[in-house]
Write a protein that binds this ligand. Structure first.
Ligand code: HEM
Length: 321
């Protein structure tokens, strides 16, 4: 029975990987070459002017990209607003994404629409804006194939269980990522995004009661002080010396037991992820290469292509509404 279950699980994963590579082959880096030849420069210049004005923009936009993909696939469903008859995924309590990220996507969409009306999806703009966020903060220059279409649905119920909670252990993280077609190396590489940005104390304060064997004690004391200031809503940087620099210092934080979330620190504990943490801590080049590969995989989760979905006119509502 156990063997049968393992076999069914492995076949499921193989099918998912096959499905993902088929989907990736429907996306193309040249997708808008004829219909919107200046797309990349429009996105890039609009993004840079927004990000330069507000340093919340880059971390929150990258996180929005991850959440779009993990909930119902990379289909722009995270951008849809709730209506009188539907609660959208954007309003899921653990999404909690700053408004600046949504405004960034809407502003880029407006700029793109004025040059190429009706052809570029919001889902592709999310992927391109995420890539800009990484580059803006000093990370690798990424490329992502395009051609995603936008969903016509978004439901708060889909969010539950699809974005990882910050109290998962290593096995739970690995299996959640596997359910998205991502393996343990993708998990380690993509978690490196926590080299930028901030988390609210409520996401990790359960670790501060002295029970957590993984925290460096000095770091824990420092966090207790920071979190007592305004309680659970106070925010703390993932990588305090450089929260706006996309580098590999996140992995050195983990080696020093200074991973902010439990889900960060367990990567340095689990036998399937610990070696990679050490490798990325030692080589930023290796981290950047792995991140670039895993980024493309993440942005191919559950995409809509061909005649599925639509190209929304505005990112926060479907066309028919
Ligand atoms: C491995 C599982 C992951 C968990 C459990 C997790 C959880 C979290 C949590 C709890 C926060 C803080 C939210 C807040 O308090 O406002 C956060 C922030 C962030 N996450 Fe993750 N995350 C994960 C993976 C990822 C991935 C794969 C990416 C992107 C590739 C990502 C990008 C970010 C960014 C950039 C921030 C900072 C956001 C900001 O400062 O506004 N995370 N994450």
């Amino acid at each position: 029975m156990q063997i049968q279950r393992v076999l069914v699980f492995r076949i499921g994963i193989l099918l998912l990987v096959h499905y993902t590579s088929c989907i990736m082959s429907q996306l193309s880096p040249n997708f808008y070459d004829n219909s919107c030849p200046n797309l990349l420069s429009i996105v890039s210049s609009t993004y840079q002017s927004l990000a330069a004005r507000d340093n919340v923009v880059s971390p929150s936009t990258l996180r929005l990209g991850m959440h779009d993909c993990f909930i119902q696939g990379c289909d722009g469903s995270i951008l849809l607003s709730s209506t009188t008859v539907n609660s959208a995924e954007r309003d899921y309590v653990d999404n909690d994404i700053p408004q600046q990220a949504f405004d960034t996507i809407e502003n880029i969409k407006r700029a793109v629409e004025s040059s190429c009306p009706g052809v570029v999806s919001c889902a592709d703009i999310v992927a391109l804006a995420s890539l800009e966020a990484v580059r803006f903060l000093g990370g690798p220059s990424l490329q992502v194939p395009l051609g995603r279409r936008d969903s016509q649905t978004s439901s708060v119920a889909n969010a539950n269980g699809n974005i990882p909670s910050s109290n998962l252990d290593g096995d739970q993280l690995i299996s959640l990522f596997a359910s998205k077609g991502l393996d343990a190396s993708d998990l380690v590489a993509l978690s490196g995004a926590h080299t930028i940005g901030f988390a609210k104390c409520r996401q990790f304060d359960f670790r501060l009661n002295g029970q957590d064997p993984f925290y460096d004690q000095q770091f824990a004391a420092q966090l207790r002080g920071q979190c007592s200031l305004r309680g659970g809503t106070n925010v703390v940087a993932f990588d305090p010396p450089s929260p706006f620099l996309f580098d590999n210092s996140y992995y050195r934080d983990l080696q020093n037991n200074r991973g902010l979330l439990l889900t960060d620190q367990v990567l340095f504990v689990h036998p399937q992820t610990k070696d990679l943490v050490n490798q990325f801590a030692a080589s930023q080049t290796q981290f950047f290469q792995a991140f670039a590969t895993s980024f493309v995989k993440m942005f191919s989760i559950g995409v809509l292509t061909g005649n599925n979905g639509e190209i929304r006119n505005m990112c926060d509502r479907i066309n028919a509404s």
